[in-house]
Design a protein around this ligand. Structure first.
Ligand code: NCD
Length: 310
């Protein structure tokens, strides 16, 4: 096992991303056929270390590890009992002593997985750190887009809602702009990061303008748990009126535009149920399926050392 990590999209390159997506396609077929590939990670230990709640990400890393034959251990640590740095480093020392091979980390502090990566022997995979990055989510979104649009370049993608607090938005626009797509960030000024002008994206405060002619519309959850300041959003009802993705606003995108959401969804806040459950336009369930295949591909690439070495 190489001692390399996946901490963010920053550091990956277009050929590496394409290789990961190609590998993940194989795992989609394998998963659909009901077969497993239990030899690859046999005898390896994967620890899911989650300091924040998760449904999809934790479960799909667990499934991915098990389908590749790893011994998987889930550790959920309540954030309230964590006294930041010291506890994290203590945890790292404990995990090191257990000879863990793969460490999947979710933490409410940006940079926590990078800190752990300096202290443990295992390969560290960032499963979401604060408002920083969530690389496997962006890779599974890219796979979903590529499968449905037949390509991952030259597309216009509108990412809508709470951009400020979203590590999903950040990893997505890093990946999507790197692959040659046009990314629009759409949301109220209070939910846009300050440095947004320098990110290679366009910013829109009006949904109709931001969605016009888009190939993909990605809605994001309003992350109230990260809003330490009040007053960022007037009320859920008002947010929905201006920024909620409903059929009327979606009509401004291309007729075959896809609807995406990383989950968990707040129906009636950032997305309307009729759009979220649309039989042809919504690929939200497919995103979840792709999540397992992409995490298998990431574990495979890290285990074989092909993510960082050619
Ligand atoms: C996201 C996350 O945790 O960053 N969810 C996910 O991993 N699918 C988005 C969110 O919490 O809203």
């Amino acid at each position: 096992m190489t001692n390399r990590h996946l901490l963010g999209i920053q550091g990956l390159s277009p050929p590496k991303i394409t290789a990961l997506l190609d590998l993940a396609e194989n795992y989609v077929l394998l998963n659909r056929s009901g077969k497993t590939q239990r030899d690859l990670l046999r005898g390896r230990t994967l620890i899911n270390l989650f300091f924040e709640d998760s449904t999809r990400t934790r479960t799909s890393f667990e499934l991915a590890g098990k389908r590749l034959g790893a011994d998987v251990i889930n550790m959920s640590v309540s954030t309230s009992s964590v006294s930041k740095g010291e506890t994290l480093l203590d945890t790292a020392a404990t995990l090191n002593a257990m000879n863990c091979d793969l460490l999947v980390v979710r933490h409410n502090q940006s940079g926590a997985p990078a800190l752990l990566a300096q202290k443990v022997e295992a390969s560290v995979i960032n499963a979401g750190d604060g408002t920083h990055e969530h690389p496997t989510q962006a890779i599974l979104d890219a796979l979903t887009i590529r499968r449905n649009k037949g390509r991952l370049e030259g597309l216009t993608i509108a990412i809508c809602g709470d951009i400020l607090h979203s590590r999903v938005a950040r990893s997505n626009f890093l990946l999507l702009t790197m692959m040659g797509n046009q990314v629009r960030l759409v949301g109220p000024p209070t939910l846009m990061p300050a440095e947004v002008g320098s990110l290679g994206v366009t910013v829109h405060h009006d949904m109709r303008e931001g969605l016009r002619g888009a190939d993909i519309v990605m809605a994001l959850r309003l992350q109230r748990e990260r809003m330490s300041k009040g007053g960022l959003v007037p009320s859920a009802r008002e947010f929905f009126a201006f920024y909620g993705l409903d059929a009327e606003k979606l009509a401004y995108a291309k007729p075959d535009a896809l609807v995406m959401h990383p989950g968990p969804m707040n129906r009636g806040v950032e997305i309307d149920s009729a759009v979220a459950d649309h039989p042809y336009r919504s690929v939200i369930k497919e995103q979840v399926e792709m999540g397992v295949a992409v995490r298998m591909a990431v574990l495979d690439a890290l285990a074989r050392g092909t993510l960082w070495n050619d």
